[in-house]
Design a protein around this ligand. Structure first.
Ligand SMILES: Cc1ncc(COP(=O)(O)O)c(C=O)c1O
Length: 362
């Protein structure tokens, strides 16, 4: 028998990252990957450059400074944190640690498309709960529970929809879970969430022993290329994740940049103000064109297009590409008539609105 990967990997698909190149355009307007167009904090850039001088040495194993800086910023307990090269890696580690063959991970059908991949990598079975027009539905998620369930994994706010689950609904969901099921809340976009009824999952971590949260430096901190993520959970969970994680979970440049980025609250404020301005304006403009826009608590919006010739998502995408603009298309059936637009720079946003007006309103 030839060697083969474990059977749960047979049906795995590539996670399609957003495209970044367009033939004929040296600097296309890239709105496809939920990156921060305002970049990293200048002090984070400087800290990373300084740290690179020590690049021949293994990084600090001790992530205390980073944990303490985060703890101070978000009023958390530094002993409940673990780090990794992006929250993607941390999430994969969590799923590997808590779910395996014969066990199930429940996710919501149109949520972050990596979730079923994590389950399969762990040898577990992903179980998709239906949503309601791209909003989580707690009852439908709870209806998937059975004795095999080990993890319920939700992104809050969610990607690609941009929608969120309120604190009270998250608590209702948690209340329906038995103690042996871990609720994992992927909060990569948490900093953008501004609604009064949004509640950070970290509050639940303080109250319950079966909740954990992952967070990212890729979004509001603009450090997607440096790959830094973290999680917050019960100490017994953090202990396991640390034991099974990489020997050196954070590279020196990311570590230094992360500390500086957290401290530069002015930069974060600028990013949030820019984001809010464009989420509002872009949503309003697209709605005025008669398009359906999903309400967003993130740094992107999901837009639905009609099945009218010339105005379908595929045709609009082609026209935007002709004009040097790259929104995000998804090769998934429920997203056939949708495109996702990440907040870009002012001029890129104005151009996107102008081209869209041209295509949609003729
Ligand atoms: C919902 C969600 N979770 C996790 C991630 C992974 O982020 P990171 O760059 O921290 O690995 C992303 C990235 O786009 C995301 O959208």
């Amino acid at each position: 028998m030839p060697i083969s990967p474990k059977h749960t990997l047979a049906s795995i698909d590539y996670y399609m990252v957003g495209i970044s190149k367009l033939p004929g355009w040296d600097e296309p307007i890239k709105l496809s990957s939920n990156e921060s167009v305002l970049g990293m904090s200048p002090s984070a850039v400087q800290a990373a450059q300084e740290a690179i001088k020590g690049g021949h040495l293994y990084p600090e194993v001790d992530t205390e400074l980073l944990a303490e800086t985060l703890a101070e910023r978000y009023r958390l307990d530094p002993a409940r944190m673990a780090f990794g090269p992006g929250s993607d890696e941390v999430l994969q580690r969590v799923v590997n640690a808590f779910a395996g063959p014969g066990q199930e991970l429940i996710h919501s059908k149109n949520a972050y498309m990596q979730f079923p991949i994590y389950a399969r990598v762990a040898g577990a079975t992903p179980v998709a709960a239906e949503d309601r027009d791209f909003h989580y539905n707690v009852d439908l998620i709870l209806s998937k529970l059975n004795e095999k369930t080990r993890i319920v994994l939700l992104a809050n706010p969610d990607n690609p929809s941009g929608t969120y689950l309120s604190g009270s609904e998250m608590r209702r969901l948690h209340g329906g879970l038995p103690d042996n099921v871990l609720l994992v809340i992927d909060s990569a976009y948490e900093e953008f969430a501004s609604r009064d009824d949004y509640e950070s999952g970290t509050a639940l971590v303080h109250e319950f022993d079966n909740v954990m949260v992952t967070r990212s430096f890729s979004k509001v901190y603009g450090m997607a290329g440096l790959r830094l993520g973290w999680c917050y959970g019960p100490t017994w969970v953090i202990d396991i994740l640390t034991k099974i994680g990489p020997s050196f979970p954070v590279n020196s440049a990311s570590f230094a940049a992360g500390v500086a980025a957290i401290r530069d609250t002015d930069h974060v404020d600028r990013v949030l103000a820019h984001n809010r301005k464009w989420i509002n304006r872009l949503s309003q403009q697209f709605m005025q064109m008669g398009l359906k826009v999903y309400p967003s608590e993130t740094n992107f919006i999901l837009v639905e297009f009609p099945e009218e010739p010339g105005k379908t998502a595929a045709e609009v995408n082609a026209r935007l590409n002709e004009n040097g603009i790259i929104p995000r298309q998804f090769a998934v059936k429920d997203f056939d008539n949708k495109l996702r637009f990440t907040v870009g720079k002012d001029d890129g946003m104005e151009k996107t609105i102008a081209v869209m007006r041209d295509v949609i309103n003729g």
